[in-house]
Design a protein around this ligand. Structure first.
Ligand SMILES: C=C1C[C@]23C[C@@]1(O)CC[C@H]2[C@@]12CCC[C@@](C)(C(=O)O1)[C@H]2[C@@H]3C(=O)O
Ligand code: AKG
Ligand code: FE2
Length: 369
């Protein structure tokens, strides 16, 4: 029976003091599939790299999103010096005293706060990580919970995250346009068609920071449980310590994403899978830990505002066929995913138009949540 997240978060587990991985943090079944290196260029396991500033980027984005659901994005124009400052500030935040971090603990049902990521509430085991979620548009007030005295560190953290958000939100618009062009939409359609225009205009961003402390027995522990991101797409900035793994089928294996300085990993999320009628598929991924070095990552999650229904774009549905998914809002989808976790089903299958589930189930599940 999974432990409610508020119970897990009411006690601070001191990773720094741990000399072994306790039963509470030991996961079974971590080594069911082999792990292969995704950095060997020219091999079929090489994680696609797309220079989004180069000619032909839309076609490369499309290919990567169709075949992997993820890629390493270079040529994006976000200065490496900014990325280095972001990383430095994140490391300082996670190094705050436990009591200070616990002041900002995410309460059950809250979107923002400190502690294990929301997904951890579905599992009885704890992950070898700490996280902090906040909204970049309200970060100055959110961050007061961590730094009530709003001193030097608070100001530097907020300044650098605001600068990062400004750059990366623009980048998200550019990437969205590449994705839509890749689906075959022309510039005029993107600018003129109401549904598509609204996606870019209303897209929201959430930031989630991860700290994976070094671990005395990394084979027994897990940094972040395997999952698909639920939104449209995510930019992941990982420190130079690898740990992110993407799941590939045929044969089933985990591919380690190489740490490429200055690159973002782009993950396709479930709502983009729905929007593109499954043409761009969401990627199943996890994060592992290692014995010698801490690892930090930042996820910049893009998705629709809570009230907006996401349904397959007509351009993505093959001629003469009906859409493969029904329309859902993000909260409705999260509620379906919650149900999927407890029943062992697949949330995407549960919102597929083929599913033997009543059309109003997503809304009903949302009402229950
Ligand atoms: C916008 C969001 C996506 C996310 C849930 C959240 O509200 C904020 C944290 C995100 C995160 C990060 C770690 C993995 C994940 C599954 C989780 O539990 O929290 C994702 C969520 C998601 O993509 O669904
Ligand atoms: O730590 C990573 O590289 C991945 C993080 C992630 O998947 C997430 O925050 O959703
Ligand atoms: Fe993720």
């Amino acid at each position: 029976m999974p432990t409610p997240s508020h119970l897990k978060s009411s006690l601070y587990f001191d990773f720094r003091a741990a000399r072994r991985v306790p039963e509470t943090h030991a996961w079974a079944g971590l080594h069911e599939h082999p792990v292969v290196d995704g950095g060997e260029e020219g091999t079929e396991d090489a994680v696609p790299v797309v220079d989004v500033g180069a000619a032909g980027a839309a076609a490369r984005v499309a290919r990567a999103a169709e075949t992997w659901g993820a890629f390493l994005m270079t040529g994006h124009g976000v200065p490496e010096t900014l990325l280095a400052r972001v990383e430095e500030r994140i490391a300082r935040m996670f190094a705050l005293p436990a009591a200070q971090k616990m002041r900002a603990v995410r309460a059950p049902g809250e979107a923002c706060g400190y502690g294990s990521p929301p997904i951890s509430s579905f599992f009885s085991k704890c992950m070898w990580s700490e996280g902090y979620t906040f909204s970049p548009v309200s970060l100055r007030s959110d961050l007061r919970r961590l730094w009530p005295k709003t001193g030097h560190d608070y100001r530097l953290f907020c300044d650098v995250m605001e600068e990062f958000h400004k750059e990366v939100r623009k980048l998200a618009d550019r990437l969205l346009e590449l994705f839509l062009r890749a689906l075959g939409l022309t510039g005029e359609q993107i600018a003129g068609v109401e549904a598509e225009r609204k996606i870019g205009e209303t897209m929201t961003a959430t930031m989630h920071l991860n700290w994976y402390p070094r671990c005395p027995d990394p084979q027994r522990a897990l940094g972040l449980i395997a999952h698909t991101d639920s939104g449209f797409f995510t930019f992941v900035l990982q420190s130079l310590v690898p740990g992110l793994q993407l799941f590939r089928r045929g044969p089933d294996r985990w591919v380690t994403v190489p740490a490429v300085p200055g690159a973002f990993v782009v993950n396709v999320g479930d709502l983009f899978h729905i929007l593109t009628n499954g043409r761009f598929h969401s990627v199943y991924h996890r994060a592992v830990v290692n014995r010698d070095r801490d690892r930090i990552s930042l996820g910049y999650f893009l998705g629709p505002p809570p009230h907006v229904k996401v349904a397959p774009l007509p351009e993505a549905v093959p001629h003469g066929r009906s859409p493969a998914y029904r329309a859902v809002t993000w909260p409705e989808y999260m509620a379906v995913r919650k149900k999927a976790f407890t029943t062992g089903g697949s949330a995407l299958n549960m919102v597929s138009t083929d599913a033997a589930i009543e059309p109003d189930d997503a809304a009903a599940a949302a009402a229950d949540a």
